[in-house]
Design a binder for this molecule. Structure first.
Ligand code: PFF
Length: 443
């Protein structure tokens, strides 16, 4: 069977940016940045994005394109004993999808709620009432999972690429619109200050700095979709003549722009209504509905906003699903529909348990965490850093830097900029940094 390909590098770029831009940008970034010292976090994040994010992204794409295989077989093709790096990625993709899809379901629920009603009433009561229900959140989660399946089943260029091409420009325009509106609100400056001004009260000791570093690294990994083999998979459908270095600059740049725009759109709203920017899902599902309900035209803004979050979440989730499906397709020669169907079934089942762990199963904990929190911890703090660490070693030492360089340069077509710095980053700096931050995060 002929391996599928992106129809153009632009198609790949939009799909990879679609994978990177997701709940991590719209839901996590504004809050994590704001509550970790604003500009201090931003500076560390930028440094890590350049030193760790872009080189790892480049490496993943190169490994995928050179081997033209799914993540597990790509790592195995480099060295037969190293398939575990790709396997950690595929397991990680299941883990992330199992909770990502639950939140995707909440987004759909809120979108439909605003289509039907002009206000949700008390946002806190609405949110808690909804997520703790046994059946309804599960059904929305299954609907989200079905959307992902529908897209991936159509294939790389007819499904994933087509959806990313439409969705990303819509996302950008809507976000700029909401951001522009948010800036006109009274008190908007306070939100911007929260995000952009350094707040040194967050760094009282060395360990505070450690905490911010851990958060920044986690955000770089999650936001760029690295360490999970998704970019190995997307890279495997890439043309030999595509310029990987350009892609490794453009994807983080798009991702950063969207994260900053999300901060500029969301935080001024939250502050102008005197709310505290609360953690994670709280910001999207508790604070913002309050804001929407209290502003003129808020309902329409809410609809635009949740459409936007849905788009972002779907284009990320399909990259995870594709990296699992690609394994079944390559290895077992399954049809794309059966491969993506089985993968969806598996993650959707774990997702059901995750959803229930918010309500009827909330008493059941493992290592002091609910199942949902455990999945988040496992992917963000364990699987992604481990995947990233071993990928650096595999590509730069086992495969060998010269071969990696050859692939990155498309056999000399695009000479690699700063090869010695890249070599040093992949062989020493990135693994050491990931290791240190990984252990700091565990203790
Ligand atoms: N990058 C996505 C986000 O920011 O929401 C999440 C994600 C997608 C993480 C794909 C990892 C991944 F492999």
């Amino acid at each position: 069977m002929k391996r599928e390909q992106w129809s153009s590098n632009m198609g790949f770029l939009l799909a990879a940016a679609g994978s990177a831009i997701g709940l991590g940008n719209l839901w996590k970034f504004p809050y994590v940045a704001g509550s970790n010292g604003g500009a201090i976090f931003l500076i560390l994040y930028l440094i890590l994005l350049i030193l760790l994010g872009a080189p790892l992204l480049l490496t993943e794409m190169a490994v995928g394109r050179a081997t033209r295989l799914n993540a597990i077989d790509a790592c195995k093709a480099i060295h037969p004993r190293w398939g575990f790096v790709g396997a950690a990625g595929v397991v990680g993709a299941f883990v992330i999808l199992s909770y990502y899809s639950v939140i995707g379901g909440w987004v759909l629920k809120y979108l439909f709620a605003y289509l039907r009603h002009s206000s949700l009433g008390d946002a806190d009561t609405y949110y808690t009432g909804f997520i703790t229900k046994p059946l309804e959140p599960v059904l929305w989660h299954l609907l989200f999972a079905a959307c992902c399946f529908g897209i991936v089943a159509f294939g790389v260029s007819k499904g994933i690429e087509r959806i990313s091409k439409i969705f990303l420009p819509v996302l950008l325009i809507t976000l700029i619109g909401i951001g522009g509106y948010a800036l006109t609100l009274p008190g908007a400056a306070q939100g911007l200050r929260f995000l952009f001004l350094p707040d040194f009260s967050h760094i009282q000791s060395f360990s505070d700095l450690g905490t911010i570093l851990v958060q920044a690294m986690g955000q770089v990994f999650f936001s760029l979709s690295i360490g999970m083999g998704t970019l190995i998979t997307y890279g495997s459908y890439l043309d030999k003549q595509a310029n990987l270095q350009k892609n490794a600059v453009m994807i983080p740049l798009f991702d950063l722009i969207i994260a900053l725009l999300a901060g500029i759109a969301i935080l001024p709203c939250v502050f102008s209504f005197g709310l505290e920017p609360s953690a994670g899902s709280g910001l999207l599902f508790r604070s913002l509905p309050y804001v929407f309900d209290h502003m003129t035209g808020g309902r329409w803004l809410a609809i635009a906003f949740f459409v936007l979050v849905f788009i972002a979440a779907v284009t990320s989730a399909i990259s995870l699903l594709e990296s699992i499906a690609a394994f079944f397709i390559d290895r077992l020669h399954w049809h794309r529909i059966s491969a993506s169907g089985l993968a969806t079934l598996c993650f959707a089942l774990i997702g059901v348990a995750n959803s229930l762990s918010m309500g009827v199963w909330s008493d059941f904990t493992l290592f002091g965490m609910s199942l949902f929190d455990l999945m988040v911890f496992l992917s963000d703090n364990v699987l992604m850093p481990i995947g990233g660490f071993f990928l650096c070693i595999l590509a730069s030492r086992i495969w060998g830097f010269p071969k990696l360089l050859q692939e990155i340069s498309s056999n000399g077509t695009y000479p690699v900029r700063f090869p010695s710095i890249l070599r040093w980053i992949l062989r020493w700096m990135a693994p050491a940094m990931i290791l240190v931050i990984f252990f700091v995060s565990l203790f």
